[in-house]
Design a protein around this ligand. Sequence first.
Ligand code: GLN
Length: 492
Amino acid sequence: MTEKDLPSLNIADLQSLLRRREVSPREVIDALHARIEAVDREIDAYLSLDIDAAAKEAEKANVDLPLGGVPLAIKDIINVMGQPCTCAAKILQGYRATYDATVIQKLREAGAIPFGKTNLDEFAMGSSTENSAMKLTRNPWDFSRVPGGSSGGSAAAVAADAAFGALGSDTGGSIRQPAALSGVVGLKPTYGRVSRFGLVAFASSLDQIGPLTKTVRDAALIMNAIAGHDPRDSTALNQSVPDYTAKLGNDLRGVRLGLPREYMIEGIDPQVKDSINAAVKQLNSLGAEIIEVTLPNTEYAIAVYYIVATAEASANLARFDGVRYGYRAENPKDMLDLYGRTREEGFGPEVKRRIILGTYVLSSGYYDAYYLRAQKVRELIRNDFSKAFEKVDALISPTSPVPAFKLGERVADPLQMYLADIFTIAANLAGICGISVPCGFAQVDGHRLPIGLQLLGKALDETRILQIAHAYEQSTEWQKARPPIAGTVATT
Ligand code: GLN
């Protein structure tokens, strides 16, 4: 293996080389840096890199730790001490984190090296990364298309071998959907499984941090490092953390998979539908029993989400006022002018739209009609899942109804953009876990565009969906496929 080929490795294989002392952590950082230099000008996945600090950490890395010497990319909404944390927002331009998020602290304890921050939709609001105030990230499979969002930079970097793995955050699909559109694995953990301390809050009852990786095993390895209780996040569950790799390799005999009737809706791209149907057959041939289930309140999920998430966002984003962090409007007349103009100039249009909507649904006279009602319907959605999980171990669906869409295609129509999350949002409302795993390609305009299969599991049943996703992944060739970027190895 030459240094040039190192970035094409997954985390597990990289670790074997590191542990056998066939390559040093420093060589890994240098090889990755060279790869980023070569491809990031085409995909623009990164907002900032801290290679010097990473190289220093690499010199003293202990490769025998669980993630010893493994460099990881971090969505730029998670605080990494000393590095910028912009949330891809003008209002946080120039801000540098003064502490490590709990997940970063845990990754460091496991020996990993956070070396760069990836692009996202401003404050994680979006499904294409086009709401970034900084730059457009391109899909490595077709540069004229979006990588998905909001963790689009993390997904594109991993897909292009410009990261061995990355962290993202998922409030309504922001890990799983970009993973699907960029052809990588993305796991949204159960609400409370991973600490949110140090994750800039978008919607606190929905946000979760999770991994984007090249393989299912790698997602399990990152989960082993980041999951667990945290006294600094009161919603972090005080439950022991299993070894997420423990069930990998088990077969699927006796596993019951539910196919929600409501999820094979009209409007799904026919090539996506075909891939999902083929994946269902494949899972069945691996021993899983397929059972039709019903989630009757699915049709309300998007509406409920855009009430709950915007309400919480309107409160969370009140702290950005030009006093404490980042951008400040010039020559304010008085304090209100300072707050007003800082927010007017510092937030992008989508974020403003959500603050306004969120403030509206919480305002007196509308609270009962919108916010309270949404909370009640959220409970119904939760109950749908509880009932389904009485019959099955996990649910299967497409991750996204369509493959990657064109840059610019949906920006003018927010509703179209919101519909991109139709299959992912309910899991956040219910607090359960979900994973997206590559399951095929659509042929569009001469390009191969990845398709993702979503598996949803019960709360705290990550080991189960990892097991199923792994069995599926190992029985197919999809995970080996690489986008046609110069220098990328192993195109199948
Ligand atoms: N696309 C959804 C939204 O715009 C979800 C975003 C996310 O999960 N952070 O809110």
